[in-house]
Design a protein around this ligand. Sequence first.
Ligand SMILES: Nc1ncnc2c1ncn2[C@@H]1O[C@H](COP(=O)(O)OP(=O)(O)OP(=O)(O)O)[C@@H](O)[C@H]1O
Ligand SMILES: [Mg+2]
Length: 285
Amino acid sequence: MSDALLQVDDLERHFEGLKAVGGVSFHVSPGEVVSIIGPNGSGKTTTLNLVTGALRPNAGSISLDGVRIDRARSVDIAEHGIARTFQNGRVFATLSVADNIEVGIHSTLRAHRPFRRLSHLFLLRWIPLLAELFVAIFGTPAARRERRSIDAIVETEIDRFEARLGPRRDDPAYSLSYANRRRTEIARALALKPKLLVLDEPTAGMNQSETAEVLAQLLQLKAEGQTILLVEHKLDLVMTVSDRVIVMDGGRIIAEGAPQAVRRDPAVIEAYLGRRRHLGGEDAR
Ligand SMILES: Nc1ncnc2c1ncn2[C@@H]1O[C@H](COP(=O)(O)OP(=O)(O)OP(=O)(O)O)[C@@H](O)[C@H]1O
Ligand SMILES: [Mg+2]
């Protein structure tokens, strides 16, 4: 058994004849920051969707900490330690910043969600629902303790983006700037204290100074030992933050290695030709 945190082998996913991911194998070790880059439509998001359980693979295996997760439901994968953000950014528009972050940890609650395992069983779903209602109305010492720990986690994550999210903790997400919505989404993922943080283009739509801020936050997370799987088009950021870079094209991995080596790889330059002349420092889009 490998000591990788995430181990992906021969992963395949097709959509009606199109091989979006056609036999992809890679790993992420504990504490590593691994980025996946590649032209539009090369299968990056599909790979993340498979790893996080949003999609089922047609073939191949995915293990987290030595446990197979390729057939698991996404809520169970989240609980097992993978949290993600989405390429197009997803927050609950009418919920406040603090509530959006709290939603991230809902699946892990124990005292507030007694018998939660039964909620997967259609005929027995009423048992956890009634129990949750009871806890919500009357409370229990365990639920009060859990409430305090939820509040502490939410405050910690807001503090991480203090200057940005602090003054807006009770504002509805629809009133936030695009960049603050994306920060809220990252805070929600981090609230789960994931073993693996999966980010799909966290700086998409951000200007240069907002991108620099996200880069600083990613470096901070890396310094804290957070394992990260990142998809990103902004190559400067990728080259700065990554321990290893995986390059995809047409659903396959065409190169993998240290950032500087990947940047010089002829196959990588070829994949980007027509889109850009060479892999410079700017956005590859
Ligand atoms: N749900 C789906 N149904 C049909 N085709 C899909 C679906 N999801 C992705 N695809 C196709 O699979 C291929 C890979 O898409 P994917 O979103 O993984 O690319 P990507 O590398 O993330 O691209 P981008 O850089 O533009 O985000 C594309 O051709 C896309 O059109
Ligand atoms: Mg994508």
